[in-house]
Design a protein around this ligand. Structure first.
Ligand code: UT7
Length: 333
C-alpha cells in the first residue's frame, strides 16, 4: 500500500522583523470625556491611557496592514515573494468573506501565498505567531507574515462609559522565518467560553439590521470581571510560558503584555516578581487598546526606543474576548 510522503521544516523559527502602523488621528482623553461623563484624570488613573489613535476613512484595515507589513519585511530583509503564508488576526475586518489576508498578500506582491484571517481578538497576534512557528518547523511554510490589525473605532460606541476610552486603531506585523537557534518558545494558550459574554459584540449582524435604526453592532465589555481575571489568571499563564521555554524570570530582558490597562500590566509584573531591570511595554499610554495590534506595536516602540535589543529574551502574553489567551517567549529581532 502506498504511503503518504510528509514534509519536515526548519529546526527552529524566529521573528525576523517587526513593523507597526499608527493611524494619523491622535485623540486625547479630552476629546472622549464629555460623551461619557468622565475626566482625563479618571481615565489616566484607571487605565493609564493619555491618548489613542483613530484611523481616518482612508486608513482601512488593508492600508494599515500593508503599511505595517512593508516595514516588517524591510527590517527582516525578506522580499514579499518569499512569503508563503499571510495570517491576519483581526475582529474588525467588516466584510465577512473573503479574508482580508488575501487582498493584503496580493497588494504586498507575494507569489500567491496562502492567506487567511483568524479571530482570537486581543490574543490574535500571539495565536498567529504560534501557528507560524508550527508551520515553519512542520514544513508547511518557510516565511510567514503575521499581522494584527484593528479599527476598533468602527465598533465602539463613543457614548459607552465602559469602552469609549479604551479601544483604538492600528496595525502591527511580524515576519517569521527559519532559524538555527530557537527564537519562539512553546505557546501556552487556551480559552474560557464560560465567560463568552464578558467582551463581545452586542448582537450579530442579522439582529443589528433588524433594528428600527440599524447601527454597527458595538463592542460591549464588563470591564471589572475581565480586569480581575486578567490580573490573576494571566500571571499564571505567563509563568507556564516561561517554564515551558526553560526561562526563569531572572533571564528575561523584556515583558510585552497585551496593552489593555496599565494597572493590569503592573499587577502582572508584581505577581510574576519581575526583576527591576526587565523592560516593560507601556505603549497603552499613547496608543490605547488596539486588540490584535497591541503586542507588535508595543514591541516595535520598545525596539525603536532602545528598550528592547536584538537577541533579548522577551515574554509576550495576550488575552481578551473569548476569553482567549496565548503566551510565548521569543527573542527580539
Ligand atoms: O483588551 C481586552 C481585555 N480587556 C481588558 O483587559 C480590560 C479590563 N478592564 C479594565 O481595564 C477596567 O475594568 C476599566 C478600565 C474598563 C474600568 O476600571 P475599573 O476600575 O474596573 O472601574 P469600574 O467599572 O469598577 O468602575 C469604578 C467606578 C464606578 O463608580 P462607583 O460605583 O465606584 O461610584 C463607575 O461608575 O468608576 C465609575 N466609572 C467611570 N467613571 C468615569 C465607570 N466608567 C467610568 C468612566 N468615567 N468612563
Amino acid at each position: 500500500m502506498a504511503t503518504i510522503s510528509t514534509e519536515q521544516g526548519a529546526p527552529y523559527s524566529a521573528i525576523l522583523g517587526i513593523g507597526g502602523y499608527r493611524p494619523s488621528r491622535v485623540i486625547p482623553n479630552a476629546h472622549i470625556v464629555d460623551a461619557i461623563d468622565s475626566s482625563d484624570e479618571w481615565i489616566q488613573q484607571r487605565s493609564g491611557i493619555k491618548q489613542r489613535r483613530f484611523a481616518t476613512a482612508e486608513e482601512t484595515v488593508q492600508v494599515m496592514s500593508v503599511g505595517a507589513a512593508r516595514k516588517a519585511l524591510d527590517r527582516s530583509g525578506i522580499a514579499p515573494e518569499q512569503i508563503d503564508c499571510v495570517i491576519v488576526a483581526t475582529v474588525t475586518h467588516l466584510l465577512q468573506t473573503p479574508a482580508i489576508a488575501t487582498a493584503i498578500a496580493y497588494e504586498l506582491g507575494t507569489d500567491q501565498a496562502a492567506a487567511f484571517d483568524i479571530s482570537a481578538a486581543c490574543a490574535g497576534f500571539c495565536h498567529g505567531l504560534a501557528l507560524a512557528d508550527q508551520m515553519i518547523r512542520g514544513g508547511a511554510a518557510r516565511y510567514v507574515l503575521v499581522i494584527g490589525v484593528e479599527r476598533l473605532s468602527d465598533l465602539t460606541d463613543l457614548t459607552d462609559r465602559g469602552t469609549a476610552f479604551i479601544f483604538a486603531d492600528g496595525a502591527g506585523a511580524g515576519v517569521v522565518g527559519p532559524s538555527e537557534t530557537p527564537g519562539i518558545g512553546p505557546v501556552v494558550w487556551g480559552s474560557d467560553g464560560e465567560q463568552f459574554d464578558l467582551i463581545r459584540q452586542k448582537e450579530d449582524w442579522r439582529d443589528a439590521l433588524a433594528a428600527d435604526h440599524p447601527v454597527l453592532p458595538h463592542l460591549t465589555m464588563q470591564g471589572n470581571p475581565v480586569f480581575r481575571w486578567a490580573s490573576y489568571t494571566m500571571a499564571k499563564v505567563a509563568h507556564q510560558a516561561l517554564d515551558k521555554a526553560g526561562i526563569a524570570p531572572d533571564d528575561l530582558d523584556v515583558f510585552v503584555p497585551h496593552q489593555a490597562n496599565m494597572r493590569i500590566i503592573d499587577a502582572m509584573a508584581r505577581a510574576m516578581k519581575l526583576p527591576e531591570r526587565v523592560a516593560i511595554a507601556r505603549d497603552i499610554a499613547e496608543q490605547g487598546n488596539t486588540s490584535a495590534a497591541s503586542i507588535p506595536l508595543a514591541l516595535e516602540r520598545m525596539i525603536e526606543e532602545g528598550q528592547a535589543n536584538s537577541g533579548d529574551i522577551a515574554l509576550l502574553i495576550a488575552f481578551g474576548a473569548g476569553l482567549a489567551y496565548a503566551a510565548q517567549v521569543i527573542t527580539v529581532p
